[in-house]
Design a protein around this ligand. Structure first.
Ligand code: NAP
Length: 242
């Protein structure tokens, strides 16, 4: 067993999750990641290059039993679960009238229930340790809403409510729970938009450009290391939500 702290990050094969895993490896943590369909070879290689030991498991965070096994494997391998970052998320955009039941359910199951599943099992370990930090990746649209994203915005609003409730329940045991609400970050999720659509969005962002996955990762490390910030939503959005 290692004397390093352990950070568990969901959905870390690419995008924001990959940047978060690398940021925690840089901070000296051992890394536990999951992936859904893309094998996270690059994430593992970069974290190992930074001196981290890495455990990587395939599985779906919306599956309650997978979340349990995932946390138990992390604890078994490294002894503690010091940080949990709930990053895994999907979009299935559609206008309300055209939105299929499956599009609503799959987004709520992955983004909201997946976050609940992971918190439920990780907090058990953290309660015994009497320490831990949980960072949930929400979205600015969880506060503002967004046409064509009723399912996604509802899931992220749910993540914010879950964050604040868990923060109140766990604070007295030395566990912090916070959320990050990214605005427009350059990843596969946003690369489905055309250049014209992107330009229109950038025009609404005071900093007039997309954020990078590393911008979110820095905020996650800050929140995880801070012992007296809890129940907060930190916007990483270039001023979009001013
Ligand atoms: P991304 O590039 O599409 O990556 C999503 C990650 O989540 C992938 O690693 C994917 O795994 C994983 N994942 C999806 N469904 C999963 C499941 N059921 N179980 C486990 N893992 C699953 O997206 P991203 O832009 O990095 O987004 C990361 C988080 O930030 C999401 O929660 C997203 O909602 C949030 N966010 C993003 C933006 C943005 O502008 N990009 C803005 C606000 C919030 P596979 O690779 O195996 O499919």
């Amino acid at each position: 067993m290692s004397d390093k702290k352990t950070a568990v990050i969901t959905g870390a094969a690419r995008g924001i999750g990959k940047a978060i895993a690398i940021a925690f490896a840089k901070e000296g943590y051992n890394i536990v990641i999951n992936y859904h369909s893309n094998v996270p070879e690059a994430t593992v290689a970069e974290c190992e290059k930074l001196g981290a030991q890495v455990l990587s498991l395939q599985g779906d965070v919306s599956d309650f039993n997978f979340a349990k096994d995932f946390i138990q494997s992390a604890k078994k391998e490294f002894g503690t679960v010091d940080v949990l970052v709930n990053n895994a998320g999907i979009t299935r955009d559609n206008l309300l009238l055209g939105m299929k039941e499956e599009e609503f359910d799959s987004v709520i199951n992955t983004n909201l229930k997946g976050t609940f599943n992971m918190i439920k099992h990780a907090s058990k370990v953290m309660l015994k340790q009497k320490s831990g930090s949980i960072v949930n990746i929400a979205s600015v649209v969880g506060v503002t809403g967004n046409a064509g994203q009723a399912n996604y915005a509802a899931s992220k609003a749910g993540v914010i409510g879950l964050t604040k409730s868990a923060a109140k329940e766990l604070a007295s045991r030395g566990i912090t729970v916070n959320a990050i609400a990214p605005g427009f970050i350059e990843t596969d999720m946003t690369n489905v938009l055309t250049d014209e659509q992107k330009e229109k969005i950038f025009a609404t962002i005071p900093m007039n450009k997309a954020g990078q996955p590393e911008d979110v990762a820095e905020a996650a490390v800050f929140l995880a290391k801070h012992g007296y910030i809890t129940g907060q939503v930190v916007n990483v959005c270039g001023g979009l939500c001013i």
